[in-house]
Ligand binder design. Structure first.
Ligand code: HEM
Ligand code: HEM
Ligand code: SF4
Ligand code: SF4
Length: 437
């Protein structure tokens, strides 16, 4: 018999999608039975009280977590999101319900052995509930008490060789698309870059030293499987600068219907026979493709590397061999002054281990933003306030037409004094000699 009646949540156990309610109930039941005879370090009925407080929130239409919470582990300034229930007498199992962020491996590849070991720690010292994974990438251990934090930290570092993730005004946990591990579009080793940057900047990740949060994300190509352009202040997106490789025989196989367009992604519906002209040539945003019925050609200089033709005919068209990445900056959610996606800063950068060129850009930006950024001002907002031009200066990027979608239309143009013959110091009496009042 469950501890609390949850008529509303019970309705979410029906339907085909995996029900989080059924899963939490299952965990509650398992803890009650305690098949391994564990000496649970937080209340056994923690998951039941979580369902209880959630049902109460469903009834009231409002949250029942108190404001904020500052907890953590010695040595670090972040990694744990403290949280307390505002009805602790009613739901003592979730009076403390802190969340621990653990740094996930690049691409989120695991062995069962690792996950079992992690679950063993969490079963004993936490709620048994998780989020796989947080939006930023972390493994999220959902719900424990303050006295368990150092215990968990000791166990994950000593037994799992795993560190906490980031939280607060610092570098957050970096994340990447799975890249070269199993994608033919990957223009660099995203996993290697994510791993390298996470290790290089551990100090910035664990001890907040920034005006506000800062995120890295690494996409292997413009398809954006980790959505770097929208969800990271510093977005690295793979690309190439030579020609798309064309296998003419494979193009013909697509035309003949032997290969499925988009690797069969639209096979759930009848879209008719593959039409190369309609589905590829005419959809190329720069009209860079020609098909004469026997041969497909691409005007390399006009191609913007949007990925459309490659996505449509992955067996015939391949990314070029001169690979690297673009760096874009400033993505953020709406608060305070509006949502931003990242803006292009470095059109093409080498992306080979140990990724020194990329680190240099990062550190130049941090040098600037850590001094000039206002309190709780994201990089994107600092760019708006102090200008893209300033960002280009501090990163040593010569201005380039690729830095803009279009030139400005207003004439409020600032010149540097040294660019203007004679400078700004002018004498009105000199002027009056030529122009009487
Ligand atoms: C040698 C004579 C003149 C010169 C060199 C001159 C120059 C200029 C300049 C540099 C601007 C600014 C454009 C901008 O900021 O985009 C301007 C705007 C303007 N001028 Fe003149 N101007 C002269 C005579 C006049 C006269 C005689 C009038 C009216 C009786 C006049 C009316 C205006 C107006 C209304 C604008 C504003 C246009 C706008 O903001 O869209 N100007 N002028
Ligand atoms: C009581 C009289 C006037 C008032 C209250 C007034 C007010 C204004 C205002 C509010 C602006 C816009 C400023 C901005 O966009 O930041 C403006 C612009 C301008 N005014 Fe006047 N104005 C007056 C008289 C005049 C006269 C007599 C002239 C010319 C003979 C004149 C020429 C201009 C011009 C050329 C601009 C455009 C400046 C620019 O585009 O940069 N104004 N005025
Ligand atoms: S972003 Fe590109 S390289 Fe990375 S997984 Fe997606 S399609 Fe592949
Ligand atoms: S990648 Fe995009 S822009 Fe380039 S040729 Fe293919 S469809 Fe055209």
């Amino acid at each position: 018999m469950a501890k609390h009646a949850t008529p509303k949540l019970d309705q979410l156990e029906s339907g085909p999608w995996p029900s989080f309610v059924s899963d939490i109930k299952q965990e509650a039941e398992s803890r009650a039975k305690n098949p391994k005879g564990l000496d649970y370090q937080i209340p056994v009925d923690c998951p039941e009280d979580l369902l209880g407080v959630l049902e109460l929130s469903y009834n009231d239409g409002e949250t029942h977590w108190k404001h904020g919470g500052i907890v953590g582990v010695f040595g670090y300034g972040g990694g744990v999101i403290g949280r307390y229930c505002d009805q602790p007498e009613k739901f003592p199992g979730v009076a403390h319900f802190h969340t621990v962020r653990l740094n996930q491996p690049s691409g989120k590849y695991y062995t069962s052995e690792y996950l079992r070991a992690l679950c063993d720690i969490w079963d004993l010292r936490g709620s048994g509930l998780t989020n796989m994974h947080g939006s930023t990438g972390d493994i999220v251990l959902l719900g424990t008490t303050t006295p368990q934090l150092e215990e968990i930290f000791w166990e994950v570092t000593h037994n799992l060789n795993t560190d906490l993730g980031g939280s607060g005004s610092n570098l957050r946990t970096p994340a990447d698309c799975l890249g070269e591990t199993r994608c033919e579009y990957a223009c660099y080793d995203t996993s290697a870059l994510a791993f390298e940057m996470t290790n290089e900047y551990q100090d910035e990740l664990h001890r907040p030293a920034f005006p506000y949060k800062f995120k890295f994300k690494f996409d292997g190509c413009p398809n954006g499987c980790v959505a770097a352009i929208a969800r990271s202040d510093f977005s690295v997106i793979g690309t190439w600068k030579d020609s798309i490789k064309i296998d003419q025989a494979a193009v013909k196989a697509y035309v003949a219907g032997e290969f499925k367009p988009n690797a069969g992604a639209h096979s759930g519906r009848d879209w008719g026979k593959f039409d190369l002209v309609k589905e590829v040539v005419e959809l190329c945003p720069s009209e860079a493709i020609t098909w004469d019925g026997a041969k497909l050609t691409i005007d390399r200089k006009e191609c913007v590397r949007c990925m459309h033709c490659i996505n449509t005919m992955p067996r015939a068209l391949r990314i070029g061999d001169e690979r690297g990445a673009s760096i874009l900056c400033g993505a953020k959610a709406p608060i305070l002054d509006g949502a931003q996606m990242s803006s292009l800063v470095v059109p093409f950068v080498e992306a080979q281990s140990p990724f020194d060129e990329i680190k240099e850009v990062v550190e130049n930006i941090w040098d600037w933003w850590m001094e000039e950024g206002k309190n709780r001002e994201r990089l994107g907002e600092t760019m708006k306030r102090l200008s893209l031009q300033k960002l280009l200066e501090v990163t040593g990027q010569p201005a380039d037409p690729r830095h803009v979608m279009e030139p400005r239309h207003n004439p409020y143009i600032f010149f540097k004094e040294e660019e203007v013959p004679g400078g700004w110091d002018r004498d009105i009496t000199e002027y009056r000699k030529r122009h009487l009042r």
